[in-house]
Design a protein around this ligand. Structure first.
Ligand code: MF3
Ligand code: CO
Length: 289
């Protein structure tokens, strides 16, 4: 639908255009006045943005469904990358990771002790018993989406299966806390509490992010925050919930040779699910999973 004219000076006399204001400006200003961290206006999406980002999310979901259908033992992670590239193209999208800050592939494939940002390779073959995260991000008509899933290859032992299941439960517990005029820390604490209740740890240095108009926007989404703290949640915010849950210690290392891949320091497995969520007027809507 066409919007009312966005031309002309805004009511507050700033040089910004009217469209940059939201119906929630006054309420947000009150929270800011009380000392809360509030979202910058640039990350609050309007109805047009949301429609576009929702479509992008549907492409992302379809690509992950395609991966789910074909992934199996014996495949290389480069094969998985080709599945992502071809399906994304077929649906009219562009893989967001390809060329992003020099990233060489269309998706990230992180196996077992790899926490995130594994680089697909012809040399890496998925084998029976592996757990692997496939992280898919799509640009569709200029709008960004991002989500990831875990896949169990063949027969996975109970210990690793439990890690995968709990990582998913952590995301769901966090998601349940996402509602307008709550705080990002409500979500973060729910994730952390869930991981700890199962004897697992949460990676601190890497987190989720705002997404939609760009690949990575504010805020940084942590899972070691406390209820009632961190950024105020306002309708129109879109961000990822993508905690990395470690079976052992939380400490991580960066692969210095490729500059990307993060692994657990203790070599124990890590699992991650990623969803993309919109804060709505009465709760939330999942845009990709
Ligand atoms: N979902 C991942 C993230 O937001 C995707 C990373 S793609 C890469 O971190 F190119 F940065 F590796
Ligand atoms: Co992400």
């Amino acid at each position: 639908m066409k919007q009312k004219s966005s031309k002309g000076p805004s009511w507050c006399g700033s040089r910004q255009r009217r469209a940059l204001h939201t119906p929630y400006d006054a309420k947000i200003a009150e929270y800011a006045h009380r000392g809360h961290l509030v979202p910058p206006r640039a990350i609050l999406k309007n109805a047009g943005h949301i429609a576009g980002i929702r479509e992008s999310g549907l492409v992302n979901i379809a690509v992950l469904d395609h991966v789910a259908e074909h992934i199996r033992a014996g495949m290389t992670t480069a094969d998985v990358d080709r599945l992502v590239f071809e399906k994304t193209k077929e649906l009219g999208g562009v893989p967001a990771p390809l060329g992003y800050r020099g990233f060489p592939k269309s998706t990230c494939t992180s196996i077992n002790e790899e926490v995130c940002h594994g680089i697909p390779s012809e040399e890496i073959t998925l084998k029976d018993g592996d757990i692997v995260n496939v992280d898919v991000s799509t640009i569709y008509k200029g709008y960004f989406s991002d989500s990831s899933r875990m896949f169990c290859i063949g027969t996975v032992n109970a210990e690793k299966r439990r890690l995968v299941d709990v990582a998913r439960e952590c995301v769901e517990r966090g998601l349940a806390e996402v509602k307008p005029w709550g705080f990002l820390g409500d979500m973060g604490q729910a994730v952390h509490d869930c991981a700890r209740a199962h004897g697992y740890t949460v990676v601190r240095e890497v987190g989720g992010h705002g997404v939609g108009l760009k690949f990575h926007e504010e805020p940084f989404v942590s899972y070691v925050t406390k209820r009632g703290t961190d950024m105020l949640l306002v309708p129109g915010m879109i961000f990822t919930i993508e905690p990395m849950i470690n079976m052992g210690r939380a400490a991580i290392t960066l692969d210095k040779a490729n500059g990307w891949t993060i692994r657990t320091e203790d070599g124990l497995p890590s699992a991650q699910w990623e969803i993309m969520v919109l804060v709505t007027e009465d709760g939330h809507e999942v845009l990709a999973y």
